[in-house]
Design a protein around this ligand. Structure first.
Ligand code: ZN
Length: 353
């Protein structure tokens, strides 16, 4: 991390740093999407730095393994120059330097692992006027003809019919929803490279919308793919005096056992989170047929231990599981999970009045 810069990369298991560059091919498309092909499972880190007196805004990605031939390529449109260098022995740095007028919002930049050897970064907010596709190397191994769409999960829309959700007095309650992980911390990575941080953000945004539609005041600890330490998440909830705090996660089995599936919801012993946990657990199980009930359990996670209101952490399934993982990758299931969690929260709130 360079002072003043903003890291937004994803971390994966790394290669030994003395190997050849993990960067095999790259392209910056005229649609403003940067694509990399790397060796499998490479550990990438991405950074953004705003323009200063000397340089335009820069975005760079560090790859393990040393580049043989440092080089510069002239940019087009909003891009001034692309540089490939080796800032430190054993690494490759890929830099996009923009024209001085370009300003990007680093919280909207996401480097996504779309497969074990493929990455995509959409330059959100960049005007693509005059931008021409530029690249080096073959992005399409094995003779394949088309690039797979490098969308992450895609946003899922919230169902219009909210009548199945319990009614609580409008404006009386405030709930903090905490999408687990984010930014450089992808959380669990499941079958096919699906990332916990993406899955839980999608679910959480929908839960928030549903609760708001039912008259509950909602705060999200993060709304984009950014990293956030645990203390600010807790501080936010405590400061707001929320009625409930719900941290949403997805699980991974340590040995990536496909047969481990199930739903569990944690509360901190001695807190009043038990009933909130039971309500959520019940509803999530309802929309996860076949997935084992791992129960309402006592946990010591920071976010539920240090919050001053009833607080729970729900594990919506195992990304590494054959059953759960396949489901969590699908938008309709994530919508069901969002409805279930919202229903559990509303049932709990109804019990308070
Ligand atoms: Zn998690």
């Amino acid at each position: 991390m360079v002072a003043g810069s903003f890291a937004f990369g994803a971390f994966f298991i790394g290669l030994p740093s003395n190997s050849a560059s993990a960067l095999a091919a790259w392209a910056l498309g005229d649609d403003g999407v940067l694509v990399f092909r790397t060796s499998k499972g490479a550990n990438l880190k991405a950074f953004y730095q705003a323009a200063d007196d000397i340089y335009g805004a820069r975005l760079w990605v560090d790859f393990p393994g040393e580049l043989i031939r440092p080089r510069r390529l002239k940019g087009t449109g909003p891009v001034n120059e692309i540089r490939l260098g080796k800032p430190t022995p054993g690494f490759t740095r890929f830099v996009v330097e923009f024209n001085p007028s370009v300003v990007l919002d680093p919280t909207k930049l996401r480097l996504l692992g779309v497969s074990p050897d493929r990455w995509a970064l959409r330059l959100n907010g960049l005007s693509t006027r005059g931008l021409r596709t530029i690249g080096e190397g073959n992005l399409l191994p094995h003779g394949s003809k088309t690039l797979k769409k490098y969308n992450s999960l895609g946003a899922t829309s919230v169902p219009l019919n909210l009548s199945t959700l319990p009614v609580v007095p409008r404006g009386r309650y405030r709930v903090v929803i905490d999408p687990g992980h984010g930014g450089p911390d992808p959380g669990a990575v499941g079958v096919g490279g699906i990332r916990e941080s993406d899955v839980v953000l999608d679910i959480s945004l929908q839960v928030a919308k549903l609760l708001k539609a039912k008259g509950v005041k909602v705060n999200l600890t993060r709304t984009t793919e950014v990293d956030l330490d645990l203390p600010p998440r807790v501080a936010l909830a405590n400061r707001l005096g929320a009625s409930a705090f719900v941290s949403i996660h997805a699980n991974a089995s340590r040995v990536r056992n496909l047969d481990v599936n199930g739903i569990e919801t944690f509360f901190f012993a001695g807190s009043s989170g038990n009933r909130l946990a039971a309500n959520i657990q019940k509803q999530v199980l309802n929309v996860s047929p076949g997935s084992p009930d791992r129960g309402v359990r006592k946990g010591r996670f920071f976010v539920i231990r240090r919050t001053t209101m009833p607080a729970v952490l729900v594990e919506t399934g195992f990304l590494t599981g054959r059953l759960d993982g396949k489901r969590l990758a699908k938008a309709p299931h994530r919508r069901k999970l969002a409805l279930a969690i919202a229903k559990g929260i509303l049932n709990y709130l109804r019990g308070l009045s």
